[in-house]
Design a protein around this ligand. Sequence first.
Ligand code: S3P
Length: 451
Amino acid sequence: MSHNNTLEFLAGASSALQGRARVPGDKSISHRAIMLGAIAHGTTHITGFLEGEDSLCTMHAFRAMGVAIEGPEQGRVTVYGVGLKGLKKPHHALDCGNSGTAMRLLAGLLAGQDFASTLVGDSSLSKRPMKRVIDPIGQMGAKITASTGGRPPLHIPGNTALHALHYQLPMASAQVKSSVLLAGLYANGQTVVTEPAVTRDHTERMLRAFGVQVVSEGRTVRLLGGQSLHACNINVPSDISSAAFFMVAASIAGQADITLEHVGMNPTRTGVIDILRLMGAKIDVFNAREVGGEPVADLRVRNAPLKGIVIPEELVPLAIDEFPVLLVAAANAQGQTVLTGAEELRVKESDRIALMAQGLQACGVQAKPTPDGMVIEGLGHEPGLRYEATHIDCQGDHRIAMAFVVAALRARGVMRIQGAQTVATSFPGFVEQAAGLGMQVRAHQPPGGPK
Ligand code: S3P
């Protein structure tokens, strides 16, 4: 498969990491702040907004539907809400770029509008499964059409009287849960969603911050349609999924003592900390506080001898985006790590099981992919360089690119990571922050220049 390669990372070993970093705003929360701000009454002020391509796609989509939005300027965004029914028909298809969250949440929200709309995405998003939202939204009355196999683009009919749904999610997916809840805002009656395992609950929390009554009981969420949203101020914490790269980097470095500031600590997202601690990582959580309904803290991470573990399956949905880099941690641990129950990784921005296994194998690590996970024989935690530097094509997947920059910390030679421009979707400034902490990484335009 060939992907654009307009940027490469060249990453190498470094023995000591130190300093402080505040990684960019949470991607999931940034998308939701724009969406809910747009359909609220009044003016929503957002700070800490992620100025990454994914959340900017969501912003552009709402501008195309007539919502006045100022910013982003140093993470500040002002959204002039138009109310539940105030969106205007866009003149063109809405481009969700690389973002599954934008497409799946918008599909639910747009099903409730009185105009038809079309959602498109880039080559990676165009391969991702959308039947998971088409099915429940269809049961609510809106027949979304898609390409063969339920792939984007999605055509969403307007003017549908949605009816509330009791839905048992077939997979643990916060995107599907959120899509149904957003459609539920426009439905007649009470929508009830039950998930097979707990997933991130940012939609529920933020709806409450906007004054909507949402009841969560165990794995079930209920919401009555027709409730209006009232503007509020949203302070977006730093994205724990971005912080995770530096958590693993510090853990496997020869010497490290770093502090990551203002990291989102929502308990539905902290699986990465639990898993790393089970492996022996030294992570101290301090200054715990709450901003806008979301817990936040500072994290101190020091190097530690990691050991291989059997990853508890109940932690998988709570760390779903962190597996590329968690598998790098496993490759640097003493003993075997076993990941199961993670088949969702096959339908992320890339097939993350296949790509991580290939990349780790190319480094000389024994990594055996399984249908729902991986078995990794760690190379041990003794000081020194552990594996071959290699050449990785991250195939349009930002988290694969960043995971291999972390892997390069213990590689002999320079790791070349192709397709790194995709890192701008979730972590603008990654190279500068990584270098600031002492990692050896630089961005480079490959010969031939941008295609
Ligand atoms: C997200 C949910 C997760 C996650 C994605 C963001 C969200 O996807 O992988 O990066 O913002 O709701 P699934 O819900 O499909 O697992």
